[in-house]
Ligand binder design. Sequence first.
Ligand SMILES: [Zn+2]
Length: 293
Amino acid sequence: MLKILRWLALPIVALGALPVPAQVKKPKVVATFLPMYLFTRGVVGKEGQLEVLVPPGSSAHEYQATPANAQSVAKADVVVMNGLDFEEFMEGLIKNAGNKKAKLVDASKGIKPLGDKKAEKHSHSGGNPHVWLDPVLAMQQVTNIRDGLVSADPTNAQAYKTNAASFIKQLQQLDGEFKTRLAPVKGCKFIAFHDAFPYLAKRYGLQQEAVVELPEDALTPKDIQRVKTAAQKFKVKGMLSEPGVDDKRLQQIAQELKLPVKTLDPLESGKLEPDYYFQVMRQNLATLESVCK
Ligand SMILES: [Zn+2]
């Protein structure tokens, strides 16, 4: 017995005598808001150094950057953005941070945007930025994030590739569920709270027919009439609200039309948990099924 113990102890002693290898340095990665954080977390893994700029509970639309955000960006090695002009707060932030070495990753690189009335009005790119709500485009975003990290930090390339592949596999599974469960309700028309779901609708053959309100716009009686008319015309089976928004007028419309109010989450704010994207998307799928059946 003693002999075996001594034999077992040997390699440990030998290992202890070796010089300790320098820890592989992990880059500091900053993601702008929730879905960029969740996708990047999927690629960097649990141990990666990752921060989010828009904190849980804050809306990513109309977000005002804080001094703490500027510090995070100043120290970052990699900054992951959705792009398509969604993160308006980033322009000043990057300028002020004066960080020339950070690699900027545009997660929407190569994605052909759908039109966005709000963006056109503000003379931006004219592209709707909500691509993360389509699981297939989410795969493209994860791929772009992976490629950005591999080029910024080739030492950990293999880990990024493995992690991204497993995240994409989960997205493929999710896409399959959307396809199967929404196939019987193809052509279903729904009214969204804000213009967040055109990519999702297009992917699965649904139609986002009207939008209750744009975040920064005040709703007029004309808008309310427009929503009511659309709800009746398209015989929608429920009004779709969002978590954490002031939806008094929507509740009022729903009551007048005797329709239930359900929640469709654009994933612009929420929990920084690894599985959160999938949980919420499956809830969204169940909601769409229930208002389309
Ligand atoms: Zn939005």
